[in-house]
Design a protein. Structure first.
Lengths: 95, 178
C-alpha cells in the first residue's frame, strides 16, 4: 500500500513539474503502475482464491501500451511541426 | 524479520528511489533508464507476491515495449546530452506542496481503515486458470473486455499510423547530374 501510494504521488509530482512531453509520459506510466500494484496486492491479501484483479492489471497494461504508442505518435508529429516538445510552446490550439 | 521481508523492502526501495530519480533528474535519457529500473522493481514485487504471469507481462510489455518506444522518441526529438531547462521555483514548490498534502491525506485514510486481513494469503494463480477465465463467456468471464481491448489496440495502432504519417512533401525538382 505504502509503495503504491508513494509511487502514485511521485508520478503526479513528475506530471506537475515536468514541462517536457516525454517525461510527462513517463510519469503517467509510473501512475498506472502504482495502480497495478494496488490491484495485485488487494487481490492477494483481501480476495484470495479469485483472480479478477489479474485481468484488471492486464487490461491496464494493455491500455497503457496503446496510450503510450498514440502519445508518442502525437509527440513526434508535434516535434516535426514545432521543432520542440515543450508544452509551453504548443499553445496555438488554445485560442 | 525474515528473508522474504528483507527482499520486499529491497524491491520497494529500488522502485521508489528509481521513481524519484526518474522524475527529478534533468537528463532525459537518464530518466528513461531510471524508469526501466523502477519498472523492473515493480515486476520483482509481482514475483514476490507470487503472480508470475503478471510479472512476465510487465517485463515484456513495459521494459521491452514502452521504454524502448520512449527511448526512440527521445532520440528522435532531443539533442543528446542536453539538459532539460530548470523549472521555475514557484512551480516546484507548489507542486511539491500539493503532492505532499495529497500523499499525507491518502496515507491517513489508509492507516485509519483497518483492512480485514486474511491470514492465509491466496496462492498466485496459474496461467491456465487465467486463460480459462479470460476467455470464458459465462458469469465471471472476461471475454467481452478482452475483445474490447483487442479492438482498442487495433484502433490505437491505426491511429498511430494515421497521426505519424508524413504528408506528401512538395515535389522537389531534382537536379540531374550531367
Amino acid at each position: 500500500m505504502f509503495i503504491s501510494t508513494a509511487l502514485f504521488f511521485i508520478g503526479v509530482l513528475g506530471f506537475f513539474t515536468r514541462r517536457n512531453l516525454v517525461t510527462m509520459l513517463m510519469s503517467i506510466e509510473l501512475i498506472l503502475n502504482s495502480v497495478n500494484i494496488n490491484f495485485i496486492a488487494f487481490n492477494k491479501y483481501l480476495w484470495p482464491g479469485k483472480i479478477d484483479a489479474v485481468f484488471f492489471a492486464l487490461f491496464i497494461i494493455a491500455i497503457a501500451a496503446a496510450e503510450a504508442a498514440v502519445a508518442i505518435a502525437i509527440i513526434i508529429n508535434l516535434y516535426r511541426s514545432h521543432q520542440s516538445i515543450d508544452v509551453e510552446q504548443a499553445a496555438e490550439m488554445k485560442y | 524479520m525474515n528473508g522474504s521481508t528483507i527482499i520486499f523492502y529491497l524491491l520497494a526501495a529500488l522502485t521508489l528511489v528509481c521513481g524519484v530519480l526518474s522524475v527529478t533528474t534533468r537528463m532525459i535519457f537518464r530518466a528513461a533508464i531510471y524508469l526501466i529500473f523502477s519498472l523492473i522493481g515493480i515486476a520483482g514485487i509481482y514475483l514476490w507476491l507470487d503472480y508470475q504471469f503478471i510479472a512476465a507481462v510487465q517485463v515484456v510489455v513495459y521494459v521491452g515495449g514502452i521504454v524502448v518506444l520512449i527511448i526512440f522518441s527521445i532520440f528522435l526529438t532531443q539533442q543528446a546530452g542536453e539538459l532539460l531547462p530548470k523549472q521555475a521555483n514557484t512551480r516546484k514548490i507548489f507542486s511539491f506542496l500539493a503532492v505532499f498534502c495529497g500523499f499525507a491525506l491518502t496515507m491517513l485514510q489508509v492507516f485509519r481503515y483497518d483492512f480485514p486481513l486474511m491470514e492465509k494469503a491466496g496462492q498466485g494463480p496459474d496461467v491456465m486458470e487465467i486463460g480459462k477465465q479470460m476467455l470464458s463467456v459465462e458469469k465471471g468471464g472476461y471475454a467481452l473486455p478482452f475483445e474490447v481491448i483487442s479492438i482498442l489496440l487495433l484502433a490505437a495502432m491505426i491511429g498511430c499510423i494515421v497521426i505519424a504519417i508524413r504528408h506528401k512533401p512538395q515535389p522537389v525538382i531534382k537536379e540531374t547530374s550531367k
